[in-house]
Structures are given as structure tokens and as C-alpha cells.
Design a binder for this molecule. Sequence first.
Ligand SMILES: [Zn+2]
Length: 434
Amino acid sequence: MVVAQEFLLQECKNLRDLLDKTLRYKYEYAESRIFYDECSERLASLERAIGATTDADALGHEVIHLNELADLICRLERSSISEHSWPFVHELKRIASAICTEDTLAGSNTPNEIYVLADGGLHTYRIHPEDRRPSYTKKRLLTIVFPKSLKHFVLLHSILGHELGHAIWRCSKHGSEMRQQVETHIREGVFASPAATAAHIYSHSAPSKEKTFLGACDPQMQATTLFQGFADWRAWCEEILCDLVGLVIFGPSFVASECELLSSMNPAMTGFGAQHPPTAWRLNYLLDGAKILGHDARPPVSHPLRADIDAFWAHLEDFRSTDPWYSIFTEDQLRRALNGMKALLSRYPPAEYPIPTFERLEHLVPMLKRKIPPVGFRIANDGSLNCENVDFRHILFSGWITKASQPTMPVDKINQLCEHAIMQQIAVDISLAP
Ligand SMILES: [Zn+2]
């Protein structure tokens, strides 16, 4: 037996020991059973694969799986601390369970098992979509990570709509339908090919601050080599589709949280990353997309909320980069891609964002202004209680409207009221259930 194989088989034993001690009988039995059985099957499959080969390349492949399984078990352990906004997570899981399903040995529509934990700062919003697994057993175990510093900041949590996009992209049931949107609608104009995207970035029409950024980059990074060495064009396409998924799922609060978070993490709003297209491109197509989807509808001028809703969209328009170089999709192209995402998500309620009536917002926003959690209940003149279902995304939208229209109201207070509202709304929904 070669040293590597012996070492890796010992690591399998170590992992088995770790798994046996992870939440085994300490927490709710049924839940821990799901991941225990799933991880046990994966570990057994890895042990068999490692025991059956001494080939260096094959063993190297199994090391990756082994490390990923160890990371997963550690994330599951940490998820038990429950450092997150549980009302928000309750709602997020309803959406994710509906759309993140797979064909597996256990059934053709198996929902993923979802675990949540908090870690790090602003850049840590993410989902671990498990695109590689040692065996195709019963379930994907999705782990969703919130920034620990923002664990109760529900207003920004709409960002996770984008992360759900990554989970869908890697989901055997819907991934190909999502990638089809790229082939059919995104691959035109600026995104016709990696060469076309690079040509746009290095075009003479690029704004001077972008040229300055490119001038400061590695000389190897040129139009002809950009997507061969530095950046991943397919990853950029995935990011764009995930942004569109986030918009279709969370609506205006997704646009608001992307604008505020991305512009805060990249205050100069220039440049791009290896995996991500330029921030300013992203914010522009999200603002355009919200219009196409009718999310920016305004009530009549005489409506009591007209000025507040105007203030919200005017604030978001401040994040738009006006130079035409930043608008990379035609309206028709964006409309077709968004319709494609809507066609997919609308089949899995409650995944698609329901546009609220103005009456709904007229009920919620004034409650927030009076520092009352914006919830679907009111006391009638005769003292009776009228309860109604309110989608948590409408609570978040009312929070963002209030933030834009009431600049003297502390944002953390608005956020706190919204988090409590989502929790109270869950109770209202229980009372409404038959
Ligand atoms: Zn992403």
C-alpha cells in the first residue's frame, strides 16, 4: 500500500470519528439523521474509491472530495449555533426548498437540505452549492453563509437571491434550463463571445477612469488574453444570470441591497474581478431590469405614498453609471432573459416576487414611520382584529422605501422593525391557516 493511500484511508477514519461526534445525539434527532446518513454514504463511497486505487491522479481527485466533505461537516456543526435571523431564514428556506430540487435516487423532485451559518464580514454572503460530490446519493446539503457582522441585517439579506441563482445553476433539474438563457439571450452584442466582451472593455469608447484602471493592470491583461489568463468569461455569464434570478425572486429590495453593498465594497466603481463582471455594469442592468419587470410602478401623484416611492427609486438611480459603455444589454435582450427566468421560477411558488398593490404598501410604510413592525394585521373600528397574509419581501420593500424617504430615521432601527415584522407575520400566517 502506498503512503498516500494509507494516509488518506486514515483520514477517512478521522472523518468518520468527526462525523460521529458532530451533533449526533445532541440536537433534534430527525434533522441530524439526514446529514449523518448522507455524509456517511459519501464517506463510505470515498473509502471504497481510495481503497481500490494506488494511482496518483485518482488519489489526488479523492483528496479534493475528502477535504470538501471535512469542510461541509464543519459548516454543519457551526450551523447549529443558529447565529442568524431565523424569521428571514424561515422564509428563505421556503423559497429554496421549492426551487432547489433535484432528480436523485430518492425521487425526481428531492428538495435540498439547507443549513445556515454566520461568518466573516461584508464579502461572506454565499451559498455552497455542492457542485462536486463523491457520490450521487440522496441529497445535496446546501450551506448558506451570512456575514457575521450583518447576521440580523435582513434588509441586505435579499442579496441571497443571487446566491440561490448559483444553487439553481448547479442543480441537475434546472441548471441546464438556466444555462440555456445564456445561450439564447445573453450571447449577443457585448456578450456574443469572450472576444466581443474583451473588445468592449478595451474599446476607445470606454470611460477614462476605466482606461486608467486597465492601464494599471498587469501588462499581460490585454483584450486578446483577458479571458485566457485572468478572467473566466463563463463565470461572468453565471454571475449575470444569478443577478437576474435575485431580481426575479426578491424584486426592489434585491436591487437596493446590491446597489448599497456592491458600491460600498467597490467605492471607486471601476474595474472587475476574475469571476465577476464590472460592478457598474451589474447595477445598470439591475436598474433596467426592475423597470422591465414593472417593479418601479408608481401610484397616482395624489397617492399618499407617491413621494416616498419616488424617493426610493431616485436614490437607486444615483447608483447608475450614465456613460453608454456601462449599459451592456439592449432592453429587448434583457427582457427576453428576464422572461426566461420568470418562466422557470414562476413554476415553483413562492419563488417569483409578487408585485405588491399600492394599498399593501400604504398599510406597511406608515407603520414603519410610526416605529411599528409592518405586519398584516389591523384593528377595526369595532375593536376586532383583521389579519392578512403579507409576503416578507413586501416587508423588506417597505423597509427600503422608509429608509430612502425618512433619512433621519436610523437604518438599524428600520431593519430591526422589519426583522420583527417578518417574525410576527409568521405568527399571523399561523392564525390564518385553516
Ligand atoms: Zn455570485
